[in-house]
Design a protein around this ligand. Structure first.
Ligand code: AHR
Length: 576
């Protein structure tokens, strides 16, 4: 082998030697590396994060709230998450008290509150079970918030205690009550012991009736120390990946099983207590993994997603409903003549992120504590839609966004599969519409990933750029509950990713999916990060993603073999 480089590059020579061995290229070939000539830059967005509230990733996960159903809004049963052990009809002490749900006269997103009637102050208990328990750590401090109104009688104190599964107390605090109007209280509890399955027990001093709402509990040790913020260990895992972008809020959660249950970003900003709780679409999606207690509080809403993107130094990539409910579920369609409010949501989102504080939506952002712009550059229209219904809706969105914000980069989608009729049709139509970036999804076998390392070698360099927006090797079958995050999957993804980076001329953004899973509350596996209420860890697949993301090349450099360009033959040099 004779290697000539136009600059002295020992590392380059070594890498080429490795490539030659791997590619079985016979010795005695003359390779020339032109270090001055970039074939394509590798975009800073090359490796990013796909976030969806699936597997308890937001409520019960990244969003550090420890109380499940804090505002008594879960629709099937507003007491999901709450127990009143001494009010059970079989209890000898059943007359100790009872809680009931009352509706507010005016509904600003929060419809219900809880009225507690205490007849016997030593007997009545209201207990929240958390998200499969609450993880508490010895000597750590937790902020507790509650809104209360004394309705009748002489209830003078509310006592809050951490208890373990045997009822042993692991820390307590109390607040003095007495206001006949709604009043917000804050207090703190220090945990006396580490416990993964703690609960919060609430008892009362005095008897009478007291109204309660927004009973909320957070560790003070959150990401960046933000009050009511995000779980620190989980964000640290994301931060360590140095992601180029953060895609949110999904996934199918964008679309909803029905249009009424689609993700509506406007309902996720502003005061947290006014954000309307919505059943999570993954709640009953899989009969083998039912999670009837899975709802979206939207405490982690669009403001928080933008803020997280900023914290991570990642481009924000919001994906919005295009007026189509999930086609694997109802597939409901908004009639074309009724699409305007959906399009307006997209236009308003851009103003929320990038508008001055004088604009209506820029003011909402500013009032939430961020007068500076979020500098949004990308917006996604639809998640995994397919067919003519998508194309005609995409066109309306794209025209409206381009007319008002010509520099906005619009991300479109090619459907759920990386080949076949839906895919071919979507790609062909989106190309005709001059789509800039098309999202492709592949949940395939490890072998598929190895075999497809060359997938993008033949993609048109002048066509739309590709966002490999959701992918993960499935060890058994797509969404099988037996899928594992094993080494074969991780290595196969790594092999495939050589083809993503080598084709940086086409592939601009990539992300593994799904991102996170609670070890007891999950619906879908494999996932990149697993956690319980105390701990979290990155899988082998996470390590692969992190390795690539933190060693991303900057440019693809041409190599010539005895004067001939090797472009397209897997012999690119990644300049790192
Ligand atoms: O990542 C899980 C799901 O897979 C996403 O919500 C959806 O877009 C895809 O089908």
């Amino acid at each position: 082998m004779i290697l000539k480089t136009s600059k002295k590059q020992g590392f380059a020579a070594l890498l080429i030697a490795i490539l030659l061995v791997n590619c079985n290229i016979v010795a005695q070939q003359e390779l020339t590396v032109d270090m001055g000539k970039t074939i394509a830059p590798i975009q800073p967005t090359m490796y990013g994060i796909f976030f969806e509230d699936i597997n308890f990733a937001a409520d019960g996960g990244l969003y550090a709230e420890m109380i499940k159903n804090r505002s008594f809004e879960f629709t099937v049963d507003p007491f999901i998450g709450w127990k009143q052990p001494n009010s059970d009809k079989h209890s000898y002490n059943k007359n100790s008290g009872i809680a009931s749900i009352v509706k507010y006269a005016d509904n600003d997103g929060n419809s219900n509150y809880c009225r507690v009637e205490v007849n016997n102050s030593t007997g009545y208990e209201l207990i929240n079970e958390g998200f499969r328990g609450m993880g508490i750590k010895e000597n750590e401090v937790y902020n507790l918030y509650v809104s209360a109104l004394n309705k009748r009688g002489n209830i003078s104190k509310i006592i809050f205690q951490f208890i373990d599964t045997n009822g042993q107390v692991l820390g307590e605090t109390s607040i003095a009550t007495g206001s006949a109007n709604w009043k917000d209280y804050t207090t703190q509890i220090t945990a006396t012991k580490t416990e993964a399955k703690a609960k919060l027990k609430i008892t009362f001093e005095g008897t009478g009736e007291i109204d309660l709402d927004m009973i909320s509990l957070f560790p003070i040790d959150t990401w960046k120390g933000r009050e009511k913020g995000l779980r620190k260990d989980l964000v640290q895992l994301l931060d360590a990946m140095d992601p180029g972008f953060l895609r949110f809020p999904g996934g199918c959660i964008v679309e909803g099983r029905t249009l009424a249950r689609r993700y509506q970003w406007k309902k996720t900003v502003g005061p947290v207590g006014n954000r309307e709780v919505l059943v999570n679409r993954w709640n009953t999606e899989f009969s083998h993994r039912l999670t009837p207690d899975y709802y979206q509080s939207f405490g982690l809403g669009f403001f928080e997603y933008f803020q997280l993107s900023e914290d991570l130094g990642a481009e924000a990539l919001p994906i919005l409903s295009c007026g189509m409910a999930c086609q694997f579920n109802t597939g409901e369609l908004v009639p074309m003549e009724e699409l305007d409010p959906y399009v307006q949501d997209a236009i308003d989102l851009i103003e929320f992120a990038n508008g001055s504080v004088e604009t209506p939506w820029g003011k909402v952002r500013s009032d939430m504590g961020h007068p500076e712009l979020f500098n949004l550059k990308y917006i996604g229209v639809g998640n995994e839609q397919w067919g003519p219904a998508y194309i005609e809706r995409y066109k309306v969105f794209a025209d409206a966004i381009k007319a008002k914000y010509p520099d906005m980069i619009i991300v479109s989608g090619s459907g759920p599969f990386p080949e076949g009729d839906y895919f071919e049709y979507g790609m062909q139509e989106l190309k005709k519409l001059d789509a800039k970036i098309i999202d492709e999804h592949y949940y395939k076998s490890p072998k598929w990933f190895r075999d497809n390392a060359t997938r993008y070698d033949s993609y048109d360099r002048n066509g739309p750029k590709i966002f490999a927006g959701e992918y993960a090797a499935q060890s058994v079958a797509i969404a099988s509950p037996n899928n594992k995050n094993n080494w074969e999957c991780a290595f196969s993804e790594a092999a495939f990713m050589t083809g993503l980076e080598r084709n940086a001329a086409v592939v601009n953004l990539t992300s593994y999916a799904p991102l996170m899973a609670h070890e007891e509350g999950w619906q879908w596996t494999p996932d990149m990060i697993w956690f319980n209420n105390l701990e979290s860890y990155g899988t082998a697949n996470y390590q692969v993603q992190k390795l690539y993301a933190t060693h991303r090349g900057t440019d693809l450099i041409a190599i010539k073999n005895e004067g001939k360009d090797l472009q397209g033959k897997m012999i690119y040099l990644l300049l790192r």
